[in-house]
Design a protein around this ligand. Structure first.
Ligand SMILES: C[S@@+](CC[C@H](N)C(=O)[O-])C[C@H]1O[C@@H](n2cnc3c(N)ncnc32)[C@H](O)[C@@H]1O
Length: 276
């Protein structure tokens, strides 16, 4: 299934994970970017707006946030939230981050670029992100979040162990996927040092990386919401309802058997300044 197809299918569940996972990271990223009133912000891989909505609040009525994503169903959820919050300075646009150009309404380039849990989905992470960095004006700010090394690992291993009982070779493009684990680009940016080095190689200076410690209690409700409201859901796309129910039950049992009481959602929040 395509990335857009996977994430569109999460739209009714994605925000059940937002208060515990996507939201804290998105808010941290928006704060770490030290946005100012009137800034123009590009938020790519925006989903339902976990980082884009706090950015819109930060930049205020004279600022603008362009929140872009391939999954229009997630953007729809974001649009409803923006309306409910009376935020009129945010545009949710269905577009590919690898093709986005600076619009004429932002003649000098963006003041800031943010991407929360998105860079490792870009088809060629290095080339695609370096291009996005160049849409920021020199001296503007760039920020990303990624899972820290080991985060979501025990959870993902248990999930894919159960899925493998029903389909040994399920194709899945997330950062914890079995099929491309070693070659997934996240492996190159999942420690503070390697992420800082990577951002420098992408055209940023003054890079700072903070670790956002987050351990979510592995309640029955949360663990399944996290599967359905994240890229993990892509691994379920070919199963019928009764198999999916069996996977849910067995996954819960396996987490208990392995003593996984918490989901480690620890995240690296990195920012830098676009070099001239
Ligand atoms: C894990 S979600 C994160 C969403 C949001 N930033 C958050 O933290 O809640 C990753 C998002 O990246 C989007 N995405 C992946 N590749 C993309 C691309 N080439 N262009 C735009 N969005 C993309 C997916 O559709 C998905 O919504």
């Amino acid at each position: 299934m395509s990335v857009a197809g996977t994430f569109n299918s999460t739209s009714s569940d994605f925000d059940s994970v937002t208060p515990l996972v996507w939201g804290p990271a998105g808010q941290s990223l928006a704060f770490a970017l030290a946005l100012r009133a009137g800034d123009a912000v590009l938020d790519v891989c925006a989903g339902t707006g976990a980082s884009a909505l706090p950015a819109a609040q930060a930049v205020g009525p004279d600022g603008i946030v362009h929140a872009i994503d391939l999954a229009d169903d997630l953007l729809d959820v974001g649009r409803v939230k923006a309306t409910a919050a009376a935020l009129r300075n945010i545009d949710f646009v269905c577009a590919d981050a690898t093709e986005w150009e600076t619009p004429s309404s932002v003649p000098d380039g963006y003041d800031a670029l943010s991407c929360s849990y998105g860079i490792f989905f870009l088809p060629d992470m290095d080339i695609s992100f370096a291009r996005l960095v160049r849409l920021v004006r020199p001296g503007g700010r760039v920020g990303v979040t990624v899972w820290r090394k080991g985060a979501v690992e025990a959870f993902g291993n248990a999930f894919f162990d159960v899925v493998a009982r029903y389909a040994p070779d399920v194709a899945h493009n997330g950062p914890r996927s079995r099929s491309n684990y070693d070659t997934n680009p996240i492996r190159r940016v999942e420690t503070a040092d390697s992420l800082a080095e990577w951002l420098q190689s992408e055209g940023c200076s003054d890079v700072q990386v903070q670790e956002l410690s987050n351990h979510v209690p592995a309640t029955e409700e949360f663990v399944w919401n996290f599967v359905l409201g994240s890229g993990f859901r892509g691994a379920l796309s070919n199963f019928d309802e009764s198999t999916t129910l069996a996977i849910r039950r067995e996954f819960g049992e396996l987490l208990t058997e392995r003593g996984i009481d918490f989901v480690d959602a620890t995240t690296l929040v990195a920012t830098g300044v676009r070099t001239a």
